[in-house]
Design a protein around this ligand. Structure first.
Ligand code: FAD
Ligand code: NAG
Ligand code: NAG
Ligand code: NAG
Ligand code: NAG
Ligand code: NAG
Ligand code: NAG
Length: 623
C-alpha cells in the first residue's frame, strides 16, 4: 500500500501533521466501525427546514446534543438543532490524536486578552482557549476524562437558591446518561448501565501509570472511584469512550436519534441572534446564516441556547439581553437589562510546564517511559488491523489524582487540587511541536525550559486549582456576531488561588520523591524560566513565579450565565434554567453553573442537559 509507505516515511522523519490526512484515508478504507456510515446524522439544508418547530436548540455541543435527543423522544414534538460546525471527522475518534485537533477547523480557536499577570510565557501574553466547532462541540476535541466533581459542589449550587440542584437531586441524571463499562464499577450504586454515554477505561496504558498509582499510595492516597463516595485519591482516568474510541455527545446522543423524522439538525448554521418581542419579552425565532444566506425559523414552544460558556453570553448580548451600559456602547437595542451576562467567568487553571526527568529502568524502552515517538508503524498497524495498541492511549491524562492541600479542612474531604498525570512531556520531539502550538508558547520561553533536553524521558503532573476564587468576564468587541468575544480570565486575581496552586506543586514534588519514583531517579527539570531563575528550585517562590508564565488552561470555562434566584441581580437564569426577564428562552450548557465543580466538566454539562430536558418536558406537560 502506497499510503502506508508514505506514512512510514513521515513517521521516521518525526511528527508531521501531514500524516493525519493519510491516516484519515486509511481509517476510511479499513475501519468501517469508525466511519459508522449508517448511524451518522444527515444534516437538513435550510430549504428543507420547516418555518417553525416546537423547540429550537442553538449549538449542538455537549449539552445541545443531549437536548436534541431527549426533546425529540416524544414523536409529536418537532426539534431543530442548529450547529455552526460540521459532523465529526474520523480522526477525532482516535484517543492518541486528541491534541492534534486544536487550532483546526474543529476549533473556534479563541484567545484570551493580553495580560501582565498570567500567560506570560505565551506569544503576546495571550493563552489559547480552544472550543469545539463541530457536532458534539467541545466533547469532540476534549481529553475524554469522565469526572463528575464532588457532592458538596452541587449542594452549594442548591444552597445558593437553586432548588433541585443538590447532589442527591443531580445524581440520577448523571446515572441516566451513563453506560458504565468499567467492570469493577458495574454494580456500584453511583453508576448505571443503559445510558447513551459509554464510560470505559482507556484501552492502552504506558507502564509509567503503575508508578503514578503506587507513588500515590506511598503518599497515603488510595486508588478510588473518584466519581463514587470518596473523591480524594488516585485512579486511572475513566474515559467517555466506546470500544476504546471517543464517545462524543454527537456519537452518543445524535447518532442514536438520527432516524427520527421529528429531529432536524442543521450544520454550518451560525446563529446570529434570537428574536425577542420587545413588548411582550417573548423569544419567538432564531436568525442564522448558512453559506452567505440569512434565515429565520420560528419556535412554537421555546428556544434553548446551548452555545457554550463563551458564545451563549455572546448570543444573549447580540439579542439584547445583557448589561445595559455594554449594550449601549455596542449600539444594540436593549430587550432586558441583565448585568450578570458574561460575568462570573471561571476556569480551571493549572501550573503547566513543570517537567520531571527520569531514567527508564534497565531493559525497558524509553518509548514506554516518556519518549515521544509513540506513533510507530507497528502501532498504526495494530490500530488499523487489531483495534488495539498505543493509539488507544491518552498520554496527557493517564492517571488522575485528587488531593487536599493545607488550605482545605481535611475533614471535609473536599479536594482542592487535581493532577493530570501525563506520560509525555513538553520536551518530546513530537509532543513539543503540538504543545508549543496548542499553548501558544514563545520560542525563547520554550527553548529556555526544554531546548537542551529534547527527547529525554520525562513526565509531567500539572496541579490544577479546583475551586478558583478569581472571576473573569466575557464582553463583545462590537455588534458583529463574527467578531471573537473579549475573554478575560483574570487568573490569580485573588491571591489565594496562587497559594493553593503552589501547594499543589509542592505535593507533586513530594510525589516525585517517593520510593517508587526514586526507582526512576525522578528529578525536576533543572532548567528554570529566565525571569524566575533568581529563585531556587524547588521552592514556593519559584513555583509562584513559574505559574504566572505557564498558566495552563484545563479548558473548563463556565458560569457566564449563572443560575440563581431573582433576588440575585447577577443571576441570568433561574433554577429551571429560564432566562430571567424573558419568556420561552432557556440557557442550558456550562454557562449556567453558579460555580465550577471540583473536576472536569463535560459530564456535569451532560447532567445539566439531561435534567433540563426533563424540566422542559415537565413544564410543557403541566401548562
Ligand atoms: C481541549 C479541551 C479539552 C477538554 N478536556 C476535557 C476532559 O477531558 N474532560 C471533561 O470533562 N471536560 C473536558 N473539556 C471541557 C468540556 O469538553 C466542555 O466543558 C464541554 O464540552 C462544554 O459543553 P457545552 O455544551 O457547554 O459547550 P460546547 O460543547 O462547546 O458546545 C457549544 C456548541 O455550540 C456551537 N456554537 C457556538 N456558537 C454558535 C453559533 N453562533 N451558532 C451555532 N452554533 C454555535 C459550537 O460550535 C459548539 O458545538 C475539555 C475542553 C476542551 C476544549
Ligand atoms: C456484579 O453483579 C453481578 C450479578 O450479581 C455479578 O455476576 C458480578 O460478578 C458483579 N460484578 C462485580 C465486579 O462485582
Ligand atoms: C452499554 O455498554 C455495553 C458494553 O459494555 C454494551 O453491550 C451495551 O449495548 C451498551 N448499552 C447501550 C444502551 O448502549
Ligand atoms: C409583539 O407582541 C405584541 C403583542 O402580542 C404584538 O402586537 C406585536 O406585533 C409583536 N411584535 C412583533 C415584532 O412580533
Ligand atoms: C542499569 O544499568 C546500568 C549500566 O549497565 C547500571 O549502572 C545500573 O546500576 C543499572 N540499574 C539498575 C536499577 O539495575
Ligand atoms: C495483531 O494481534 C496479533 C495477535 O495478538 C499479533 O500477533 C499481531 O502482531 C498484531 N498485529 C500488529 C500489526 O500489531
Ligand atoms: C513534603 O514533604 C516534606 C517532608 O516529608 C513535608 O515536610 C512537607 O510538609 C511536604 N509538603 C507538602 C506540601 O505536603
Amino acid at each position: 500500500m502506497e499510503a502506508l509507505s508514505a506514512l512510514a516515511a513521515l513517521l521516521e522523519s518525526g511528527f508531521n501533521l501531514a500524516f493525519i490526512g493519510i491516516l484519515e484515508v486509511l481509517i476510511i478504507l479499513l475501519r468501517s466501525d469508525i466511519v459508522d456510515q449508517g448511524n451518522r446524522v444527515t444534516p437538513v439544508a435550510p430549504k428543507d427546514m420547516s418555518p417553525s418547530y416546537d423547540y429550537i436548540v442553538i449549538g449542538c455541543g455537549s449539552a445541545g446534543s443531549v437536548l436534541a435527543n431527549r426533546l425529540s423522544e416524544d414523536g409529536s414534538s418537532t426539534v431543530l438543532a442548529l450547529e455552526a460546525g460540521e459532523d465529526e471527522p474520523p480522526i477525532s475518534d482516535v484517543p492518541v490524536l486528541t491534541q492534534t485537533l486544536q487550532l483546526t477547523d474543529l476549533d473556534w480557536s479563541f484567545k484570551t486578552e493580553q495580560s501582565t499577570r498570567y500567560c506570560q510565557g505565551m506569544k503576546g501574553h495571550r493563552c489559547n482557549w480552544p472550543r469545539g466547532k463541530v457536532l458534539g462541540g467541545s466533547s469532540v476535541i476534549n481529553a475524554m476524562v469522565y469526572v463528575r466533581g464532588h457532592a458538596r459542589d452541587y449542594d452549594e449550587w442548591r444552597d445558593a437558591g437553586n432548588p433541585g440542584w443538590g447532589y442527591d437531586d443531580v445524581l440520577p441524571y448523571f446515572k441516566m446518561s451513563e453506560n458504565i463499562s468499567i467492570p469493577e464499577l458495574e454494580n456500584s450504586s453511583y453508576h448505571e448501565r443503559g445510558g447513551y454515554l459509554t464510560v470505559e477505561d482507556f484501552r492502552y496504558h504506558k507502564p509509567l501509570t503503575k508508578f503514578f498509582l503506587q507513588a500515590g499510595r506511598e503518599l497515603g492516597f488510595n486508588v478510588v472511584d473518584v466519581n463514587g463516595a470518596d473523591q480524594t485519591g488516585f485512579t486511572l482516568a475513566p474515559g467517555t469512550l466506546r470500544d476504546g474510541l471517543r464517545c462524543s455527545t454527537a456519537k452518543a446522543y445524535l447518532r442514536s436519534a438520527s432516524r427520527r423524522q421529528n429531529l432536524h439538525v442543521g450544520t454550518e448554521c451560525t446563529v446570529e441572534k434570537i428574536l425577542i418581542n420587545t413588548t411582550t419579552k417573548v423569544a419567538y425565532a432564531v436568525q442564522f446564516r448558512r453559506g452567505g444566506e440569512v434565515y429565520t425559523v420560528h419556535a412554537r414552544k421555546e428556544i434553548i441556547l446551548s452555545a457554550g460558556a463563551i458564545q451563549s453570553p455572546q448570543i444573549l448580548i447580540l439579542s439584547g439581553i445583557g448589561p445595559r451600559e455594554h449594550l449601549d456602547e455596542l449600539g444594540i437595542e436593549l430587550v432586558h437589562h441583565s448585568p450578570g451576562v458574561g460575568r462570573n467567568l471561571q476556569d480551571h487553571v493549572a501550573l503547566g510546564g513543570l517537567t520531571y526527568l527520569i531514567d527508564p529502568p534497565n531493559g525497558t524502552s524509553s518509548n514506554d517511559f516518556g519518549g515521544s515517538n509513540t506513533l510507530t508503524l507497528s502501532a498504526l498497524m495494530d490500530f488499523l488491523k487489531n483495534a488495539t495498541g498505543p493509539m488507544y492511549d491518552l498520554p496527557t491524562n493517564e492517571v488522575l489524582g485528587f488531593v487536599n492541600t493545607k488550605f482545605t479542612d481535611g475533614d471535609l474531604n473536599w479536594p482542592d487540587i487535581q493532577y493530570h498525570f501525563a506520560t509525555l512531556s513538553h520536551n518530546g520531539r513530537a509532543s513539543s511541536i503540538i504543545a508549543k502550538r496548542n499553548n501558544n508558547l514563545r520560542d525563547e520561553f520554550f527553548d529556555s525550559l526544554w531546548g537542551n533536553i529534547i527527547d529525554h524521558p520525562a513526565f509531567e503532573m500539572p496541579p490544577t486549582l479546583l475551586r478558583p476564587r478569581s472571576r473573569g468576564y466575557i464582553t463583545l468587541r462590537d455588534a458583529d456576531p463574527y467578531s471573537p468575544p473579549i475573554i478575560v480570565p483574570n487568573y490569580y486575581d485573588d491571591p489565594h488561588d496562587l497559594d493553593v496552586l503552589v501547594q499543589g506543586a509542592l505535593i507533586a514534588y513530594n510525589l516525585s520523591q517517593t520510593p517508587t519514583m526514586r526507582l526512576l531517579n525522578t528529578r525536576l527539570n533543572p532548567n528554570r524560566i529566565p525571569e524566575c531563575s533568581h529563585f531556587s528550585l524547588p521552592s514556593e517562590e519559584y513555583f509562584r513565579c513559574h505559574a504566572r508564565f505557564y498558566s495552563l488552561t484545563i479548558f473548563h470555562p463556565c458560569c457566564t450565565c449563572k443560575m440563581g434566584p431573582p433576588r440575585d441581580a447577577m443571576a441570568v437564569v433561574n433554577s429551571r434554567l429560564r432566562v430571567h426577564g424573558v419568556k420561552r428562552l432557556r440557557v442550558v450548557d456550562a454557562s449556567i453553573m453558579p460555580n465550577l465543580p471540583s473536576g472536569n466538566i463535560n459530564s456535569p454539562v451532560i447532567m445539566i442537559a439531561e435534567k433540563a430536558a426533563h424540566m422542559i418536558k415537565e413544564d410543557w406537560s403541566s401548562s
